[in-house]
Structures are given as structure tokens and as C-alpha cells.
Design a protein around this ligand. Structure first.
Ligand code: AMP
Ligand code: MN
Ligand code: MN
Ligand code: MN
Length: 285
């Protein structure tokens, strides 16, 4: 079970990825993925397309999403896996979480206009597959298109992160609410890419403790943005907090992502994979 090629984190054009859900299923299968989940940000609209294509390809599928949460003044992502995607409270919670994105995008565009980058709202919209889900990634693609930066990471670094002209503070879902929506819909909640947050040791301890107290059960240990040191650190954290371990590329685009679907290293052998607890939630052909 530890060596199962599970990839439980990626994005389609229903959020800020560039491929259709169907194309992602085909790519996952071609890359040897044995258990797959599409985890679009704050959105379930791609779930049926992903699952139907996966099942046609004999690729076992788990429902997925990645919920944006504000915790201790930072954005934290919580991946949900194996929930009932018709659950009404989850659907309503995600709709509320998406709610402020358009206004935020207008403010991002206004911030960029102040440093001479005009028409960025319209420019970003060209890259948006789902009008309810305009994200910083879509602005990043537009700024690369017009030659302001060479790649999307440079755009984030220079324009879209805290203190930069296109950064707009935003209040996302509360940790307890996001975990509750997932758990009450029969799923497992997982802290996504913990190595990316800039918390102090105390804040990080609070995140893991509160996440567990709300019913969270997993942490991504092996993921596209984790180096070897992150994998070691969060293996220890998973054991310390008695959490299940997840594995997911966080693939967004063949042009932008360093880690392709299905190409991550295996979970360290000391860990219990999250998929052992989700067997009853897997859709199979
Ligand atoms: P948003 O939900 O609009 O705040 O956008 C967040 C998304 O931006 C993340 O899910 C990533 O896909 C992307 N992102 C965040 N930071 C970076 C970065 N430093 N480089 C490239 N993409 C990033
Ligand atoms: Mn993203
Ligand atoms: Mn994320
Ligand atoms: Mn992601």
C-alpha cells in the first residue's frame, strides 16, 4: 500500500490549472497513477468529468478539493478527499469561500494599474476557465504573456505576494469550518503542503493541534513543493500528531509545473497512507 502510485492533489481549468479534467485523467493514467483525485481550489465542478473519465480508463478515483483557509493571518490550504460531492453543506461552504474572488481580482488589477500594468483584469480573465474562480495564477499568466516577467514564479515574487503591488489581503474560510464541511460529507481532511507556510514553530504547532481538534486526520508529506528536508520534517510531524500521510503532485500545467502527475517519490515507510482509510470511498470501474 505504501508504494501505491497515488496522486491526490492536482488542478484543472475549473480552478487554476490549464488542462481539462478529462485530459488530466488521461495524463494521470499514462503516467502510471493507480489512485487519483482532482482537487480544484474551492470548487467541485470538475468532479464528475474527472471521475467518469478515470473510471473509463480503469483508474480508481477519489473525490477531491483544496479549500482556502485563513489561519493566524496566513492562507492555508486544506485538501478534502473521498467526500460525498453532493453534500449540501460542503457545496454551500465552497460557494461562500469562492464568493469574494471577483472583487478581490478587481482590487488586484487596481494595484497593478498603480504600477503601470493596465487592463490586467481583462487580461487575467482570458485565462480563466471558470468565472467563479479567478485566481492570482491567472494574473500571473497574463503578466508573463505581456512580457512583464519571464515566468509565473517571478510574477508571484515581484507582484502577487505580501507587500507587492498586486497583493490583496483576503479572508478565506475558517479552519474549523473547512475541516467540518469535509468531515461531515464523509471525507478526510488533509493539511496541504505544510512546508510552504511561513509560520513560527508555535503557530505551526497551533495549526496542527487545532486541525486535529476539528477532526482533521491527514497531512501531505510528499508533494511537488517539498524538498527532502520538508519530507523528513513532516514525516516526524505526522507521527507526532498521529496523522495519516498523503501524496500529491499539485500539478497545474505542463508548461508551469515542475512535478508531473504520478512522478513523486514514495511515502517514507514509517507512515500510514491516507488511502488505507479511504478504501470504502474509492470509485472503481
Ligand atoms: P489564489 O487562490 O488566487 O490566492 O492563488 C493561489 C495559487 O497561486 C496557488 O494555488 C498556486 O497555484 C499559485 N501560487 C501561489 N504562490 C505561488 C508561487 N510562488 N509561484 C507560483 N504559483 C504560486
Ligand atoms: Mn493553484
Ligand atoms: Mn495549495
Ligand atoms: Mn494545489
Amino acid at each position: 500500500m505504501l508504494t501505491l502510485n497515488a496522486d491526490l492533489h492536482c488542478h484543472s481549468c475549473v480552478s487554476d490549472g490549464t488542462l481539462e479534467p478529462e485530459a488530466l485523467a488521461v495524463r494521470a493514467k499514462a503516467n502510471g497513477v493507480e489512485l487519483w483525485a482532482l482537487t480544484d481550489h474551492d470548487e467541485l465542478a470538475g468532479q464528475r468529468r474527472a471521475r467518469d473519465t478515470a473510471l473509463a480508463l480503469q483508474l480508481p478515483y477519489l473525490t477531491g478539493t483544496e479549500i482556502s483557509v485563513t489561519f493566524a493571518g496566513q492562507t492555508v490550504h486544506i485538501v478534502g478527499l473521498g467526500f460525498d460531492d453532493h453534500d449540501e453543506a460542503l457545496i454551500a461552504g465552497l460557494a461562500a469561500t469562492r464568493g469574494g474572488r471577483e472583487e478581490r481580482a478587481q482590487e488586484i488589477a487596481a494595484g497593478l494599474a498603480r504600477v503601470g500594468i493596465t487592463d490586467a483584469f481583462r487580461g487575467a480573465l482570458k485565462y480563466v476557465g471558470n468565472p467563479n474562480l479567478i485566481s492570482r495564477t491567472h494574473f500571473a499568466r497574463y503578466l508573463v504573456e505581456v512580457g512583464v516577467c519571464g515566468d509565473t514564479s517571478e510574477v508571484f515574487r515581484r507582484y502577487l505576494t505580501e507587500g507587492k503591488p498586486g497583493y490583496v489581503p483576503h479572508r478565506w474560510a475558517r479552519l474549523g469550518d473547512a475541516v467540518g464541511w469535509i468531515v461531515n460529507a464523509g471525507g478526510v481532511a488533509v493539511i496541504a503542503h505544510p512546508g510552504r507556510y511561513k509560520f513560527s514553530a508555535n503557530e505551526e504547532y497551533a495549526l496542527f493541534s487545532e486541525f486535529k481538534a476539528h477532526g482533521g486526520r491527514g497531512v501531505e508529506v510528499v508533494t511537488g513543493s517539498h524538498g527532502a528536508a520538508d519530507v523528513l520534517k513532516y514525516t516526524d510531524t505526522a507521527l507526532e500528531f498521529d496523522l495519516l500521510a498523503s501524496r500529491g503532485s499539485d500539478f497545474h500545467s505542463p508548461e508551469e509545473s515542475r512535478t508531473d502527475l504520478g512522478t513523486l517519490p514514495a511515502l517514507p515507510s514509517r507512515l500510514t497512507p491516507v488511502w488505507e482509510s479511504l478504501e470504502h470511498r474509492v470509485s472503481k470501474a
